[in-house]
Ligand binder design. Sequence first.
Ligand code: AMP
Length: 117
Amino acid sequence: MYDQNNVFAKILRKEIPSKIIYEDKLLLFIYDAYPRSKIHILGLPKLEVLDFGDFILKADKEFVNHFFSKTYEVIESMGINKTGFKIIMNSGKDGGQEVPHFHIHILSGENLRIKKI
Ligand code: AMP
């Protein structure tokens, strides 16, 4: 069951501050508050979904397409499409997910070949 008091729900409601990179009516991209690489961005859909599976099953195809298209637009806007990046979607307990609101991590700015997050 979705917890409306998780930290990303509060960020989406603007109850706690975040460093916004891009926002529209469907999604929000922010800087991770505890970056694990020189560039560490989080993408959050404005939808009450727990994890990757919940997002794919509940969001319509247009929403899913918009989310991943915007993810690449943000990557291009930062210029890291040229240098490379890592995308991670931790999902569930074994996936190491801490915040129960689906999100995508975009990591870049250094060589991340062996780095775990
Ligand atoms: P995950 O482990 O995949 O659930 O990732 C949750 C991410 O949220 C971690 O990378 C945290 O550093 C990040 N995080 C936690 N609190 C905040 C916050 N207030 N603002 C931005 N990022 C946060």
